[in-house]
Design a protein around this ligand. Structure first.
Ligand code: SF4
Length: 321
């Protein structure tokens, strides 16, 4: 039986730009998350290992304890952040050019909450990223409770000539689940900002997590169905896994959280992909971590094995990834 290729983000970009476009992941020091700094909650999402949220500015200079938020009045480190952006981009774009034969790039503001800073800082960083050679656009990872109308309007202006994406963590449409993981916002807030971003002409990638505490298959699939209905353009599917130094670790050790098993994940994933509208592209089908910070489930350790098993499961329904 001939297998149909799942529509991927890479394919979307190739069709649009007629060449290989690769994301370049950037991590800017001084950014944090309102779920960590106490604005909406402390401690962050239960699965988030946020010790690493006191980053240094690479070799540029440590930012001892300095963190931006939406109300920060000034940013004395902006020049250093811009230099950090440039240094990271230059290094990583060379790498993906050699490894993947990339011809053009999307600058991916990946770590932390990348709209959670004063507008002037964001504008400077976004503009700088777009000024680099062969950059066709941006992808900005954030939370739906951490973006202002001013930022959204600016991104909408950029989207008229550039490829502009926002990546929102949806995780689950169930508020009781969002409470259990200490998400700090509800599902209505995510929906509201996805619809606003879409209306403004910005493309949206939704992140979904399967295996959240208290959720069964039906709930996971309802989340996927609802996210598609909100009009997301792209999707990242992840299993929930437990890493050390998280609240989830404590819950797991007390026997209060059972991680999703691989077969259940495969079943949900395949069904979620099958009910996905054809024009929604897929950026990620799983996640994991290959080091000793991973506590469970252990099938999240070996990415190659995960992808092989996903492809075997997809083969049964004549799909491939
Ligand atoms: S929103 Fe993201 S960065 Fe913030 S606590 Fe949750 S997982 Fe961590």
């Amino acid at each position: 039986m001939k297998r149909k290729q799942v529509y991927t983000f890479g394919e979307y970009l190739k069709n649009k730009f007629d060449c290989k476009v690769h994301k370049v992941s950037i991590s800017i020091s001084g950014f944090t998350c309102p779920n960590i700094d106490g604005t909406v909650a402390r401690g962050g999402c239960t699965f988030c290992e946020n010790d690493s949220f006191s980053p240094s500015l690479d070799k540029v200079q440590p930012l001892k304890g300095f963190h931006l938020n939406l109300d920060s009045k000034e940013n004395p480190y902006l020049d250093k952040q811009l230099l950090q952006l440039e240094t990271q981009f230059n290094t990583l774009s060379k790498r993906v050019k050699n490894e993947y034969k990339a011809k053009k790039y999307l600058v991916y503001f990946q770590s932390f909450t990348n709209t959670y800073a004063p507008f002037d800082t964001l504008k400077a960083l976004y503009d700088k990223a777009l000024s680099f050679d062969d950059v066709v656009g941006l992808s900005i990872g954030t939370r739906s409770d951490s973006i202002t109308d001013e930022t959204l309007e600016y991104l909408a202006t950029l989207a008229k000539t550039k490829e502009i994406w926002i990546e929102f963590g949806i995780q689950s449409i169930y508020d009781e689940t969002l409470e259990k993981i200490n998400r700090g916002h509800d599902s209505a807030n995510v929906k509201e900002w996805i619809l606003k971003a879409k209306k403004a002409g910005i493309k949206v990638c939704g992140h979904l997590i399967f295996g959240l505490p208290g959720e069964d298959k039906k709930m996971m699939l309802e989340t996927a169905k609802e996210a598609y209905a909100w009009g997301i353009d792209s999707v990242k599917y992840h299993p929930l896994y437990v890493v050390k130094k998280t609240a989830l670790e404590n819950q797991f050790n007390r026997g209060e959280f059972t991680p999703i098993d691989e077969q259940t994940y495969l079943d949900v994933l395949v069904e979620a992909i099958q009910m996905k509208p054809d024009d929604v592209n897929v950026q990620r089908v799983t996640a994991g971590i290959d080091n000793d910070t991973l506590l469970a489930p252990m099938w999240c350790k070996d990415r190659n094995m995960q992808i092989r098993n996903i492809n075997k499961a997809l083969e049964k329904v004549a799909l491939k990834y």
